[in-house]
Design a protein around this ligand. Structure first.
Ligand SMILES: [Zn+2]
Ligand SMILES: [Zn+2]
Length: 336
């Protein structure tokens, strides 16, 4: 988005009252030279790394969904309202469970108050949102647009796989390749998200499409999927990779669920969740919070591929990054 003033929106936190983690955001030791194998393995297998806990949890949910909550795959060679509707209903139910759990714990129960909450305010009730209510607005876009688009991509891709119209790969014949592709999906999503996100910050698309998501300056779990239908179509198109790369239904389900579930975690608005006294877990995503706060930094999702760094739009949470951003954005505005 061009020409934005920093600190837009009435809900933007005052820099002084906002909570920020002491640790700056650091890209993982993945694209570094010289290589750092020990750091890489720690990032890959360590706690709060690539796999554990969150991506492992999403893989487990996807595996359970494929094994127990998906209609008979052989029957998907033909479209029937029955199985498509079943996919839709299970997607509604799963999203209610996942995003609903974050919302219930942090925003209804307010189980930890504003501890680790970036912005001390709660969700808004003002006229810029549908129904004058940020939560209802977010729920509306999630269930009216996000879940139908998600289900449509899922139904069409599974149908194409069942008919072998697109390349497929079975776990029995290629277990290692299947595992590798599964593990690469979150990285692929990061690359894809950066590209479509950059695209919808192009002013004409920002004004007509992406603006809807950015009304959420102060974010909550349901803000994650509160997007314009055009953004949903672009965002979920990450699943089309399985039309090219030989894949399995589990890859498709995992990719789409990751697209649908990770945003509720990424938009909790909290840096950590307190499970009980002394047991805390990082939820992320400070990087994306800063994107909502300042609009023109951190176009990537979780920063696992440091594209923002390569293109000079990375904000790691430091005062220096803030000064760099101000210089870049304000300098450009003066030129314009
Ligand atoms: Zn967002
Ligand atoms: Zn954006």
């Amino acid at each position: 988005m061009s020409g934005a003033t920093l600190d837009q929106g009435g809900a933007a936190a005052d820099r002084k009252t906002e909570w920020r983690p002491e640790r700056l955001i650091a890209p993982p030791p993945l694209f570094v030279w010289p290589p750092r194998p020990a750091g890489f393995l720690r990032w890959l297998f360590g706690w709060n790394g690539y796999l554990f806990p969150w991506n492992a949890i999403y893989v487990a949910i996807a595996a359970f969904t494929w094994l127990y909550l998906t209609p008979d795959f052989a029957g998907m060679t033909e479209f029937h309202a029955g199985w498509v509707l079943l996919l839709f209903e299970r997607n509604v139910a799963l999203l209610l469970l996942v995003a609903g759990a974050w919302h219930a714990r942090l925003y209804m129960q307010k189980a930890q108050g504003i501890k680790y909450k970036y912005n001390p305010r709660w969700l808004s009730k003002n006229t810029q949102f549908l129904f004058n209510n940020q939560l209802y607005d977010n729920l509306f876009w999630t269930f009216i647009s996000a879940v139908p688009v998600w289900t449509a991509y899922e139904a069409v891709t599974l149908w194409a796989q069942a008919n072998q119209y697109i390349p497929s790969m079975s776990w029995h014949e290629h277990p290692v390749w299947c595992a590798v592709i599964l593990l690469l999906i979150p990285l692929w999503r990061e690359l894809h998200f950066y590209c479509i996100h950059r695209l919808i910050h192009w002013p004409p698309l920002y004004r007509t499409v992406h603006h809807l998501h950015h009304k959420n300056v102060n974010i909550g779990p349901w803000s994650g999927m509160a997007m314009h239908p055009v953004e949903h179509v672009l965002y979920m198109s990450a699943v089309l990779i399985h039309w090219i790369v030989p894949s399995n239904p589990l890859h498709v389900i995992f990719n789409l669920q990751h697209l649908a579930f990770a945003p509720s975690q990424g938009h909790t608005g909290f840096y950590k969740i307190v499970l009980k006294d002394g047991v805390e877990q990082e939820t992320g995503n400070f990087m994306h919070y800063l994107h909502h706060r300042y609009f023109e930094v951190n176009y990537g999702g979780d920063g696992s591929i440091p594209i923002d760094k390569w293109f000079g739009t990375f904000h790691d949470g430091s005062d220096e990054a803030e000064a760099r951003m101000n210089k870049r954005v304000l300098g450009r505005n003066t030129k314009a």
